[in-house]
Write a protein that binds this ligand. Structure first.
Ligand SMILES: *[C@@H]1O[C@H](CO)[C@@H](O)[C@H](O)[C@H]1NC(C)=O
Ligand SMILES: *[C@@H]1O[C@H](CO)[C@@H](O)[C@H](O)[C@H]1NC(C)=O
Ligand SMILES: *[C@@H]1O[C@H](CO)[C@@H](O)[C@H](O)[C@H]1NC(C)=O
Ligand SMILES: *[C@@H]1O[C@H](CO)[C@@H](O)[C@H](O)[C@H]1NC(C)=O
Ligand SMILES: *[C@@H]1O[C@H](CO)[C@@H](O)[C@H](O)[C@H]1NC(C)=O
Length: 525
């Protein structure tokens, strides 16, 4: 009998035992950094005021042309994404105003444009509405009603006996777009849909999402734990053998871990698969640059190493820190901190102090990227910085600052506060457009101009992670909350004393094949 069972029989809950902790105990932000929290809030209120004036109720603000865009259904994605940040920042009047709008969204009206992404809609709308419901003290059941309304439409992505959902839905006809999807789309629904099940007392939502992940985790993969990127919902088989922690795969791995923590499930498959994926990645994908000895995680295509990295993939240092703490595995934590430095180096190396969308590197094993050859300019940049830029834009992505937030909360090293403060200064210097904050065409050449969009995840993610980096660490503690991949915090139960079985998932014989199914007409973000 386990000790916790004995305590339960004695009338003591197992919660009275200290579960594993993620944050460094007793942490506080030194007073000299206090102005940065206000600076993050100021960027938020400035951005939101412009959204309200020029784009209210639309998906995104266009901050140069003072206009708006609707590419996520047209139901006000930025507004729904911003609600949780308002609550975290204590901007209750703004929240009340958005609540009035949110309670009137009709997800049954045809979307503004095209097909609706099950993944993008889940992480913003289902995640944003349910997180706001929790953060506002469960006082506004309309937020659950609206999350249910949109999820009931998205549930048409599961067709017949298929356990893997199709990626996109035509809302007017409730029919999916029949095409190959990817593991990020099929595997990033568990946090939101199980939370919806909890608040609606309908287990169907959670079951749909978990079945999909359990199916992916059970398939043979090229390396233990590392599922290939593409999957055909019709056959339930992988398509190809491309391994990556970047876009298209990323949050499948992220949610294997986070679902284990949010649910405290006794099904160890989730966290054991995550741990196995990390172990395979350390063995095969982890590389150091010939210049500067920076650590990066490569991709792998059928056994061939692809020496690339991306802003999107830079969530993994934070994810590995969370997992390293939950598994109490210092090896994972140490690698995570090195990888986090590698990601930060992409910020520290540019003219604007902001990192690029895509990059590549040269390591002792080679320089193959699957793309073109290295230009003389890239080689010169590489010889100075230990990586080179392949996609120069910054589209307000959060991941580098997200991992930096985890690094601060886990280690308490103030160098991470300095990095976040440097990012705020860069944003204030380089991103202001006509009315709010824009993206950059070239992080290493400011003169290349601005990108005319304020992304919804600027409100949900970038500014929330920055604010929380400088906030009292006991507020939205990583020991109390699990963030969905759009940075919407969901309340977690007290942590267990240990996670996982302690074992790795054994390798099964894998043969790569291409299903021949249609490719998606829309490329996932
Ligand atoms: C809610 O919005 C409507 C317009 O959509 C407005 O007439 C009403 O005053 C608002 N209510 C509150 C409490 O803000
Ligand atoms: C639970 O939700 C599913 C998915 O929308 C729906 O089909 C089913 O009717 C619901 N069950 C109940 C008991 O409401
Ligand atoms: C910790 O993680 C490392 C890297 O994956 C692995 O080699 C080691 O076996 C893990 N330790 C335990 C106790 O699981
Ligand atoms: C380079 O980094 C690796 C991994 O972080 C480390 O083991 C190694 O000692 C470093 N090599 C040099 C020459 O600094
Ligand atoms: C890239 O690798 C190829 C093949 O190993 C090699 O010939 C070439 O010099 C390398 N280029 C750089 C810039 O390292």
């Amino acid at each position: 009998m386990r000790l916790s069972c004995v305590l339960t029989l004695l009338g003591l809950t197992s919660y009275s035992l200290a579960g594993v902790t993620v944050q460094k105990p007793g942490l506080s932000v030194p007073a000299k950094y206090a102005a940065n929290r206000a600076a993050a809030e100021k960027i938020f209120t400035t951005s939101y005021a412009a959204y309200k004036e020029f784009a209210f109720g639309h998906d995104e603000l266009l901050p140069v042309s003072e206009s708006f865009e609707d590419d996520l259904g047209g139901w006000g994605a930025s507004l729904v994404d911003a609600m949780g940040t308002m609550l975290v920042m204590g901007l209750d009047d703004l929240f009340t105003e958005t609540l009035n709008f949110t309670s009137q969204i009709d997800f049954n009206t045809p979307p503004a444009a095209g097909l609706v992404s099950v993944f993008e809609t889940t992480i913003r709308f289902v995640g944003g509405l349910l997180s706001a419901y929790e953060l506002s003290g469960e006082q506004h059941p309309i937020l659950v009603t609206k999350a249910k309304q949109v999820a009931d439409k998205l549930a048409f992505a599961w067709v017949g006996d298929n356990v893997i959902p199709f990626g996109h839905i035509d809302f007017p006809s409730n029919t999916p777009n029949i095409a190959v999807t990817n593991i990020a789309e099929a595997g990033t629904l568990t946090l939101e849909w199980t939370t919806l099940s909890k608040f609606t007392n309908n287990a169907t939502y959670g079951n749909l999402a978990t079945q999909s992940v359990l199916h992916i985790a059970d398939l043979a993969s090229p390396l233990p734990g590392l599922a290939p990127q593409d999957i055909d919902p019709a056959s339930g088989e992988f398509d190809g053998a491309y391994l990556s922690w970047g876009g298209g795969s990323d949050s499948y791995f992220e949610y294997l871990l986070k679902f284990a923590r949010l649910s405290n499930t006794n099904n160890n498959v989730y966290i054991d698969t995550w741990k196995t994926a990390v172990d395979s990645s350390i063995r095969t994908l982890l590389k150091t640059s010939t210049v500067g000895n920076h650590s990066y995680l490569a991709d792998d295509n059928g056994g061939e190493i692809i020496h690339v990295g991306s802003h999107l993939a830079c969530f993994f240092p934070g994810n590995w820190l969370l997992g390293g703490k939950l598994l109490q595995n210092q090896t994972i934590i140490d690698f995570a901190l090195k990888l986090n430095d590698g990601c930060w180096n992409t910020y520290a190396s540019t003219e604007t102090g902001i990192g690029p969308e895509g990059f590549a590197f040269i390591s002792p094993d080679g320089n193959f990227t699957g793309g073109g050859t290295i230009t003389p300019q890239q080689l010169a940049f590489n010889s100075e910085h230990g990586f080179y830029i392949t996609s120069s834009d910054y589209i307000q992505r959060p991941e580098v600052l997200e991992s930096n937030f985890y690094a601060w909360r886990v280690t308490g090293d103030t160098k991470y506060l300095d990095r976040a403060a440097a990012a705020i200064a860069s944003f204030n210097k380089f991103l202001p457009a006509t009315v709010a904050f824009a993206g950059l065409n070239d992080v290493d050449d400011f003169s290349a101009g601005l990108i005319d969009i304020t992304e919804s995840f600027w409100f949900a993610e970038v500014l929330k992670y920055l604010y929380l980096t400088f906030d009292d660490p006991s507020h939205i503690s990583l020991d109390d909350y699990v963030f969905n991949t759009e940075c919407h915090p969901l309340k977690a139960p007290p942590a267990l004393n240990s996670y996982g079985s302690g074992n790795f998932i054994p390798q099964k014989p894998f043969t790569a094949h291409t299903t021949g199914a249609p490719r998606p007409a829309i490329s996932p973000i």
